[in-house]
Design a protein. Structure first.
Length: 481
């Protein structure tokens, strides 16, 4: 037996799921090997109330016992709990790709600001059930957590100690997104575990294709769209009619959009449609300080291997429509309340969970002239999912708002691979994994993808729940049998 194998016998070789399992949010995976504890992602729970309440529970593992964390990308469902974990005692290093660190700082600071503002607003208006309402973490917590970050390039090994090391590969999901390859000592020698993070799409605008999957013994794979295939209907065919009708009615088109990656894709699309004359040119407002800052970061990375190389020639005209208007301050945002249509307002958050977009939504929903375009995944329990499912009344800021505006869910703009693309990525490496853990999806989506992986690729698949843990030596051995 190798020295690594002997060392692996003395320590737990275990993978446990503390979020992102049987749900599409809150990803937190803890790998124990070689006497080390490595956390992959530390996301915030979003959506259903029962999930959001988990953010306020003590972590289900001792934060001080974690030696290091690897962050796949900067979306809140993968990174949003980091400041709280640091506040609870985590002091290890957080490794991520360079752009991810820049994006994470913007996103987390904005998240803290929104939480502080929402808590202050709830206390002032008196509609919170908690007295006083408090933010999950503050801007000071974010700055303290950012001091733990260390950046690495794709392909560079990270030494965690105890024979455990990891490296990042481009996942093609958003700028800086990665899947994580981990080598760790087990009872039978070195084993390789891959964590997919979020897998991007093939042939999509803005981002490059995901790198091929490397050979691995076990794969943890996301399943956000594990039971669905993205529509092949061209985007313009989906939006042209509703867009033109809204403009003719002098209505306002509200696009709740994730500030990161989605806003940049939306503005890129609108610019192309207006430049080509497929839709009339109307004022476009980006009302999100975070989206503005993230667009600046994206602009700095144009022409790199992570973004579509075709974007690197005419930066400003490609990423943004001509004459786009930015609204950074609250006062600038409030000016939109007095501007008649037709116009387009892009504001975060994409699932309508908080932020300035709620004030626009509250004002625009009761007017049938207006259009609300949903351009991304809407998690269960969010206002976005309620609109997508056809609710006639939406609760915001302590009151019920009638839904009279048209609601248009737009397909094909997701940055997530669909079921076919996930299977394509699974098969893209030199060999198939011995086992797969299907995570980060609604139960139906995870179950559907697990079934496909088992039946079509012959790979034994598991669909863990939050709190489940697995002896990796047993799982890998069963997959090889």
């Amino acid at each position: 037996m190798s020295e690594a194998g002997a060392q692996g016998r003395a320590w737990p070789f275990r993978l446990s799921f503390h979020g992102g399992a049987n749900t599409v949010t809150g990803s937190r995976y803890l790998l124990e090997a070689g006497g080390r504890r490595l956390l992959i992602d530390c996301g915030m729970f979003q959506g259903l109330k029962e999930l959001r309440l988990k953010n306020w529970e003590p972590p289900s593992f001792d934060p001080q016992s974690v030696d290091a964390m690897v962050l796949t990308h900067a979306h809140m469902d993968h990174a949003g709990y980091i400041p709280r974990l640091a506040r609870e005692g985590f002091r290890g290093r957080i490794y991520c790709e360079r752009a991810t660190q820049a994006l994470a700082e913007v996103v987390l600071l904005d998240g803290a600001k929104l939480q502080e503002e929402d808590a202050e607003y709830a206390n002032r208006k008196g509609y919170s059930k908690h007295h006083p309402a408090l933010p999950l973490y503050t801007g000071a917590d974010v700055l303290a957590a950012m001091r733990l970050f260390r950046t690495v390039d794709y392909g560079d090994w990270i030494d965690v100690g105890g024979g455990v090391r990891a490296r990042l590969h481009n996942a093609g999901h958003i700028l800086g997104s990665s899947f994580v390859e981990v080598e760790a000592p087990g009872p039978e020698g070195i084993a390789r575990i891959v964590f997919s993070g979020d897998v991007g799409r093939y042939g999509a605008e803005l981002h490059t294709d995901p790198d091929p999957l490397c050979a691995c013994d076990a794969l943890v794979i996301e399943s956000t769209y594990g039971d669905r295939v993205h529509t092949e209907t061209p985007l313009i065919d989906q939006i042209r009619g509703p867009f033109l009708e809204t403009i003719q009615r002098k209505g306002t088109i509200l696009i709740p959009s994730f500030a990161m990656a989605r806003t940049q894709l939306v503005t890129l699309m609108l610019g192309e449609l207006m430049d080509s004359g497929q839709v009339p040119r109307v004022p476009v407002h980006v009302d999100s300080p975070m989206a503005i800052e993230i667009t600046r970061i994206y602009d700095a990375h144009l022409g790199t291997g992570e973004l579509d190389r075709g974007l690197g020639d005419e930066r400003q005209s490609r990423l943004l429509p001509h004459g786009v208007l930015f609204h950074r301050t609250v006062d600038e945002s409030k000016t939109l309340n007095h501007l008649p249509g037709p116009r387009v307002i892009i504001s975060s958050s994409g699932m309508l969970t908080g932020g300035r977009v709620l004030h626009h939504l509250e004002r625009l929903l009761p007017d049938e002239r207006n259009l609300v375009m949903l351009v991304g995944f809407q998690a269960p329990g969010t206002r976005g999912r309620s609109l997508q499912d056809g609710t006639q009344m939406l609760r915001m800021h302590g009151r019920d708002v009638p839904v009279r505006a048209r609601v248009l869910p737009v397909e094909g703009m997701s940055a997530h691979a669909d079921s076919n693309e996930l299977m394509r990525w699974l098969r893209s490496g030199p060999s198939l994994p011995n086992a797969a853990f299907v995570t980060h999806g609604e139960p139906e989506a995870s179950a559907a993808l697990a079934k496909r992986i088992g039946e079509e690729a012959g790979v034994p698949s598991y669909t863990p729940h939050i709190g489940d843990g697995y002896d990796l030596a047993d799982v890998i051995a069963a997959g090889r049998a």
